[in-house]
Design a protein around this ligand. Structure first.
Ligand SMILES: [Zn+2]
Ligand SMILES: [Zn+2]
Length: 377
């Protein structure tokens, strides 16, 4: 009697999760047919997925028409399976083979002293050759650590000149224009690699924009963001806040996410409504609705939008070095936001991690640059 009362206190979701604790509890026959172990004794119930939904052979479903714990267990296991299948992991590149004899027995062998930082040396146990591993940073005058630190500092809000001052303290002579060239080179390289990754974003997308000054002219940087993961899906740079055609950004968003949003939230400007009609609106399901959210100061619903403004800190100063509108700097902010910046609102995960793209290694910048370079070579 006591046990019976206890089990009634659990929700069906909890009971379904309990079933899934046993890895063999759900047996998949094919995509339409499953067997789920009975919790109260021996035997299994049959769960069928059809165009009419899920059905189960247990009394709860047969006599009461409930969505029983067995159906829920199958649904949860399908979600889990999808999640694992869609997880992308980007790993650091291993040292690999000796460039002379191709042997795999490689050991660390001190560092090569360099006036702009030390570079790790390796030696081959078979033939004795020593070599450096510098994938993606060949012929650079500073080490991977210095170059990636410069980028991290710049995108977290430091000016080019203060990055230059930091490098000088580290013994690296690189003026602000050199730093700007590094950023251009590596943002382009990283973007060509990362743009192939498909983020798992939610169905609610939000538009955001912030103004930036480029050579004294005000420009607008539009962003299309996923509400749940905060992943910055697509961007567009514009001359005009209210009249620019933002259709290219919406189109790119669809391509990157592989879907349309269920809900689009914008500040209600006409250019967003027009682009929504052209790219997202449809007569048939799945349909996208457009929530036009007029900005009211102090309105907490706009907090997520203001976050991006806070990120690109001290914008006029930061943007001063920018020469062209196709500047890699804007793309760099997007990459930094998605892949390198831990987010308080996401349990210190990056938006990319929340969207199932994980970058491993002590220095994520180096991991991405190595992988991107390996692909190009
Ligand atoms: Zn059932
Ligand atoms: Zn060798």
């Amino acid at each position: 009697m006591y046990r019976h009362t206890m089990s009634n206190l659990q929700t069906r979701e909890e009971r379904a999760n309990l079933i899934l604790k046993d890895e063999k509890a759900v047996r998949r026959i094919d995509s339409q047919r499953y067997f789920v172990k009975s919790q109260s004794g021996n035997g299994e119930y049959e769960v069928i997925s059809s165009e009419f939904g899920f059905g189960c052979s247990c009394p709860d479903h047969l006599y009461r028409g409930m969505e029983c714990k067995h159906v829920l267990a199958v649904k949860f296991s399908l979600e889990l399976r999808k999640k694992v299948e869609s997880q992308i992991t980007i790993k650091p590149i291993a040292i690999g083979n000796c460039p002379r004899c191709k042997s795999e027995t490689i050991v660390r062998h001190g560092v090569r002293k360099n006036k702009s930082g030390d570079i790790q040396k390796y030696s081959c146990k078979q033939c004795g050759k020593w070599f450096t591993l510098n994938l993606g940073f060949e012929r650079m005058r500073a080490t991977p650590q210095m170059i990636t630190s410069a980028m991290q500092l710049y995108f977290s809000g430091e000016s080019l000149r203060s990055v230059e001052a930091f490098l000088k303290l580290q013994g690296v002579r690189a003026n602000h224009m050199t730093v700007y060239r590094w950023i251009g080179k590596y943002v382009k390289l990283m973007d060509s690699y990362l743009e192939q990754m498909k983020p798992q974003v939610s169905g609610t997308w939000r538009t955001d924009e912030l103004f930036v000054k480029v050579k004294g002219n005000t420009k607008y940087l539009y962003a299309l963001m996923d509400d749940e993961t905060r992943f910055w899906i697509a961007q567009q740079v514009a001359d005009n806040k209210y009249s620019e055609n933002v259709r290219p950004m919406f189109k790119e968003g669809k391509e990157i996410a592989g879907k349309k949003p269920d809900i689009l939230i914008s500040d209600g400007a006409m250019n967003f409504q027009e682009a929504y009609k052209e790219e997202f609106w449809s007569r048939v399901a799945p349909r996208t609705s457009h929530v036009r959210h007029i900005h009211i100061q102090g309105d907490h619903n706009n907090n997520k939008m203001e976050r991006l403004n806070g990120e690109v800190r001290d914008r006029e100063k930061v943007m001063r070095g920018i020469k062209k509108m196709d500047s890699p700097i804007f793309k760099g902010y997007q990459l930094y936001h998605n892949y390198f910046r831990d987010h308080d609102g996401l349990d210190d995960k990056t938006p990319a991690e929340a969207a199932n793209i994980k970058i491993e290694g002590r220095n994520k910048w180096i991991t991405v640059i190595q992988n991107a370079s390996k692909l190009q070579n």
